[in-house]
Design a protein around this ligand. Structure first.
Ligand code: SF4
Ligand code: SF4
Length: 344
């Protein structure tokens, strides 16, 4: 965390965290990743979006967070670049003499001046929490405010059942500061068309504008499929067998996914019976998890033809065929290139 608030933080969570504490850890990791992305780009940002560390948090939070659910697909579609290319994007958007395309300081969105009253007010928040600014950024920089929210969520997780106090501090900070301007920044980034910071901006705006659903009384428990990713060959037999059309395979040029529309699933278990590798098992799902966009059960990157670069099948399917055929050399070429190779 290059520039952020610092303190003696024991990030260890209890050995058996409650559901609330575990969720607070995921929130902390998500805020931390957003803080890093809006500071000088971290090394992990150069990887494809599907490999970013925050994807685990989004997956865990998605059942109750519409923001996390909709961000999963958008971020997973981000392609890898070199670190230099990512840095060039960052500089183009946020670093310029005079007026950058997008300001990263709260006071520029409030009083319209750098280090305005908003910056002094957030510094007061940090002091009250026993923190000091450690780094070159002003206290109202987006990365510092997000790092503060990550800190508060970690304290909430550590406090376990006593964590409500930290949660209230975070809610107050969002109401008075982060939630007043970060959505505006996020929407502007989302509209910028930038392939990397656009989806990050959409997540930032959504997170504050589409709050996590509260845990309500559980109305009904059903059994729905989950899949162990490293066993699934993406054969699609379960999709064909599903009478409710709850399962689907979707693919674009980068990734192939097996998805489940939870609200369509009747729990009949027919899919489980046709899954030869034993990748699919039924698990309990509650009504309040059953709405929203389809749940991604498995995600596998598409493999490119080693001769022409055209997208081919998913890595999961290719690995299965390789196991069956003994990994012949032509397997990593597309049908068109295979034809050319044979004509020679
Ligand atoms: S879950 Fe089983 S049946 Fe469904 S695609 Fe994966 S391997 Fe095939
Ligand atoms: S349990 Fe039945 S309805 Fe649900 S996904 Fe499997 S086959 Fe479809």
């Amino acid at each position: 965390m290059p520039s952020t608030v610092s303190a003696e933080v024991n990030a260890t969570v209890p050995a058996r965290p409650s559901v609330h504490a575990a969720e607070a850890v995921y929130r902390a990791d998500l805020f931390q990743a957003l803080a890093e992305a809006l500071d000088a780009p971290p090394r992990w940002l150069a990887a494809p979006g599907s490999a970013w560390p925050l994807m685990a948090s989004l997956e865990a939070l998605a059942p109750r967070s519409p923001a996390a659910a909709s961000a999963q697909e958008q971020l997973a579609a981000i392609a890898a670049e070199t670190a230099a290319e990512r840095t060039a994007r960052y500089r183009d958007l946020f670093v310029a003499r005079g007026r950058p395309r997008f300001w990263l300081h709260e006071s520029l969105y409030g009083s319209g001046q750098l280090f305005g009253p908003e910056a002094r007010a957030v510094a007061g928040y940090y002091r009250a929490a026993g923190l000091v600014i450690d780094g070159g950024e002003l206290p109202d920089h987006a990365s510092v405010e997000l790092a503060f929210l990550a800190y508060l969520a970690r304290r909430e997780a550590e406090a376990g059942a006593e964590g409500n106090g930290w949660r209230r501090v975070a809610a107050g900070f969002v109401k008075q500061h982060a939630g007043r301007w970060l959505p505006q920044l996020g929407r502007a980034l989302a509209a910028s068309g930038d392939d990397v910071y656009g989806p990050i901006g959409a997540l930032l705006a959504d997170w504050f504008e589409r709050p996590v659903r509260r845990r309500g009384p559980r109305r009904r428990a059903t059994r729905v499929p989950t899949v162990t990713a490293d066993r699934c060959t993406l054969c699609g037999f379960c999709v064909q067998r599903c009478p409710a059309r709850a399962l689907a395979v979707a693919e674009d040029s980068l990734v192939t996914k097996l998805t489940l529309a939870v609200d369509r699933c009747t729990g009949c278990r027919l899919c489980e019976r046709v899954c030869d590798p034993g990748a699919l098992q039924m698990t309990t799902c509650f009504d309040d998890d059953a709405s929203g966009s389809p749940r991604v059960l498995v995600r596998s990157p598409r493999v490119s033809c080693r001769r022409c670069g055209a997208p081919m099948v998913s890595a999961a399917e290719l690995a299965f065929v390789a196991r069956q055929l003994g990994n012949p050399s032509w397997l990593t070429t597309c049908p068109a290139c295979r034809g050319h190779m044979m004509e020679r």
